[in-house]
Design a binder for this molecule. Structure first.
Ligand code: ASP
Length: 343
């Protein structure tokens, strides 16, 4: 019997990968998906069916928004049964946020969704685009015993495949732009693509559920020595605010003086969800380890464990969008829904 061709849907949202320099101004602006594909003739050698879907217009990922995350999830949902995997071309600046959001929006995922992009446009001689796109497509099509090898939302950049909701962009210059300090690589591309099977999520036997609502009534507050309590107060008084990601020091520590704690206490009493994540890129919040976090715990601030800020934002938008009661959201924040935190 003839083996069926692997089918991959290449979704182009924008980003440096598909930008050309404007001749007059020198500014980088997006160009079309067809033009990108023309720069990678090697793709035909896979023998896969690779279809394209392009956002119109393609955007720099600094213009990414939750509405587009929902649209992206919907496109994947509508095409889910027709493809073996999905590759999303995306700017690197907010890629970690999009990967996190998609991981929550796509529940029971059984196929790969690989986000990739590049630091240099595809038409530049030394571009990293070709390699990133070729390997991402290979991973999106990879199967073992008729099942997807990596049924997860991932980020692939410069030889590394990461769980998307564990990533952050750590370098604006190097090709190696992403990192995942709190979770190991899912695969490494060298002479062979080596899959780290023990850390890859198992394919879900349940039907894919595509969630369609995100609530953006949240804020991020990053502490710094000298944080003005009045500033906190004014943020917490924002109309409609439902939750705040509090970026604290080290293992989740914050000042102990009353003036600082008062606005937090008031916000928590009002029902605003306060989620504690660390400013450190590796390690986890451990509320109560130091005196400087014990008070936060007693106020009712929720530990974000080792979640990245990017994932904390996406998870809050998702849980609030699902309209769960506050008590349930507080519980779910501390559980691993898509492998985003270590319990
Ligand atoms: N500004 C670009 C973007 O995020 C950078 C990149 O693609 O790497 O869209």
């Amino acid at each position: 019997m003839k083996k069926e061709k692997a089918k991959v849907l290449l979704i182009y949202t924008g980003g440096t990968v598909g930008m050309v320099q404007d001749e007059k101004t020198g500014v980088l602006k997006p160009f079309s998906l067809d033009s990108i594909i023309n720069y990678i003739p090697e793709l035909s050698r896979f023998g896969f069916r690779i279809d394209g879907y392009s956002f119109n217009p393609p955007i720099d990922s600094s213009n990414m928004k939750p509405e587009i995350w929902i649209q992206l999830a919907d496109i994947i949902g509508k095409n889910y049964n027709n493809y073996d995997g999905f590759v999303v071309l995306h700017g690197s600046d907010t890629m970690a946020y999009t990967a996190s959001a998609l991981s929550f929006l796509l529940e029971n995922l059984g196929k790969p969704v690989i986000l990739t992009g590049s630091q240099l446009p595809v038409n530049v001689l030394r571009s990293d685009a070709q390699e990133n796109i070729i390997v991402s497509i290979e991973i999106a099509a990879a199967k073992q015993n008729a099942k997807a090898k990596v049924p997860e939302v991932c980020v692939y950049f410069e030889n590394h495949l990461y769980r998307g909701n564990r990533t952050y962009k750590h370098n604006a210059e190097n090709f190696d732009a992403f990192n995942s300090s709190n979770y190991p690589e899912l695969a490494t591309a060298g002479v062979h693509i080596k899959y780290n099977n023990g850390v890859i999520a198992k394919s879900s036997a349940k039907k894919l559920v595509v969630h369609q609502s995100l609530d953006t009534n949240i804020a991020i507050v990053k502490l710094f020595p000298g944080t003005n309590p009045a500033l906190l107060e004014s943020i917490f008084n924002t109309k409609g605010l439902k939750a705040v990601v509090l970026e604290t020091y080290g293992t989740g520590n914050a000042p102990t003086d009353k003036a600082f704690l008062k606005p937090l206490e008031k916000a928590a009493k009002k029902g605003i969800i306060l989620l504690n994540v660390t400013q450190c890129r590796a390690g986890a919040v451990q509320q109560g380890r130091y005196e400087t976090s014990a008070e936060l715990k007693s106020i009712g601030i929720i530990s974000g464990a080792d979640m990245t800020t990017e994932t904390a934002v996406a998870k809050l938008m998702f849980l609030l969008g699902e309209n769960y009661p506050v008590a349930s959201i507080k519980k779910l924040l501390q559980q691993s829904l898509r492998g985003e935190l270590t319990v």
